[in-house]
Design a protein around this ligand. Structure first.
Ligand code: ZN
Ligand code: ZN
Length: 90
């Protein structure tokens, strides 16, 4: 059975408009760079938040704002997800 999970990035989750009044602990933290995300747009993938520029393929570093695939907690672009190590043979 194929355990592929295609994640459409939930896309543009709107940032909190009143973000400046929000305690810093409540500002989402980027899973990629561990900085707080103060951007208007926050990507939510794998139940984590990402800067749109931080969500990259773990293999080729391509930005994945559009659509991404996850395996073992890492995100990949479509090509690397299907062609990456471990996916060819089974
Ligand atoms: Zn980041
Ligand atoms: Zn890739």
């Amino acid at each position: 059975m194929m355990q592929s999970s295609a994640l459409a990035a939930e896309g543009a989750v709107k940032g909190l408009p009143e973000i400046l009044g929000v305690p810093v602990q409540q500002i989402p933290q980027c899973a990629g760079c561990n900085q707080h995300i103060l951007d208007k747009f926050i990507l939510k993938v794998l139940d984590r938040h990402w800067h749109s520029s931080c969500l990259k393929c773990a293999d080729c570093q391509m930005q994945l704002a559009d659509r991404c695939f996850s395996r073992a907690g890492s995100v990949y672009c479509k090509e690397d997800f299907f062609n990456g190590p471990g996916s060819a043979q089974s």
